[in-house]
Design a protein around this ligand. Sequence first.
Ligand code: NIG
Ligand code: FE
Length: 398
Amino acid sequence: MIPTRITGISRLVTNVPGGEGPLGIVERAVIDIVGGRVTWAGASSEAPPPQGTIIDVEGRAVMPGFVDPHTHLVFAGDRASEFGLRSSGASYASIHESGGGIMSTVRSTRAATDAGLLDGSVARARSMLATGTTTVEVKSGYGLDLETEVRILEVAARIAAEVPIDVVRTFLGAHAVPAGVDRNEYLDRVVNEMIPVCAPLARYIDVFCDSGAFAVEETRRVLEAGVAAGFRPRIHAEQLSYTGAAALAADMDAASADHLDHLDAAGAEAMAQHGVVAVLLPGAALSMRADPPPYRLLEERGVTVALATDCNPGTSYWLSMQSMAALAVGLFGMTPAKAIWSATRGGALALEESRKGIVTAGAVADLLVIDADDPIHLVYRPDTDLVWGVFKSGERVV
Ligand code: NIG
Ligand code: FE
């Protein structure tokens, strides 16, 4: 294994706690990589003697690759007309009730071939990688029958063979009750048929717990069955209304509670107590014209905050984590440094990937080289392509 040294780094975002600011910035830095792992990172004045290949980034900033911990990347079709209707006042709920919304994507996804589903998903994953994302979570949930839920999770697994991006899979059979099926009958199918078959295909189980979706007690039933089958839980919580889903996430020691536009203080406190990561989704908040989630409350209670694209054809057809960081600054009042932290280390913690989103000895060498000398440019110039290079497990892939 030939070692690689990245040198000429103006500012290195390490995300190491206790460093300078939330990002643990090191100025004039180098990174040593062997076998896809960081072996040393720090100030060039303190670096060990160089070995192997040297890559000089000539005064650019380097940071961990973005980790996007919430997407619905595998789907067919689009919902542009629905987007237009919502923009002129139609509600998400009314579109759902008239057979559109999630069910419209379910119809397109069931009708798609595996090759068609894979092509669309790979194209989106390529854009994500090109904008600096090196790990992406991908949920099922547009099948809502055993066969299609399995197909979605299998397609998700094939993305990484086409694009050098890590895919973490989540089973979201409880995304909606499919048309024409009794809700208790559907929940029985999720618990008795889908969970046992999907358990080997995904790390996480998620439920859309909300008004118009699943109730807290239904969510608990699905997640408990999922945990018994070996999944770790996460929840779509407090998005359209307050339901108590965040408290349930805490009670179940879930990896994350996501959306949280209607989170209350008790929910934030419970999440803090149980170490549940808050995954905020500014693309969805913008498209739904939602009130922002109580970001300051989360900060005050010491909850770990992550950002994600929520990439889906209904409420958030976004691919870029740079965009999410910029939106989080503008819409949620995050500082640029916290937004960049939340889009990297925050996402890694939401996916329980302790070696990602950080640049220190032992970390996975997933790195983003920015075409600027300070990472703040990512949110300061949000529509400029600032990706100069991307390293996945130490290999240059962009
Ligand atoms: O995260 N909230 C539920 N699920 C998705 C939207 C799904 C859809 O509308 O297709 C979300 O926003
Ligand atoms: Fe979602």
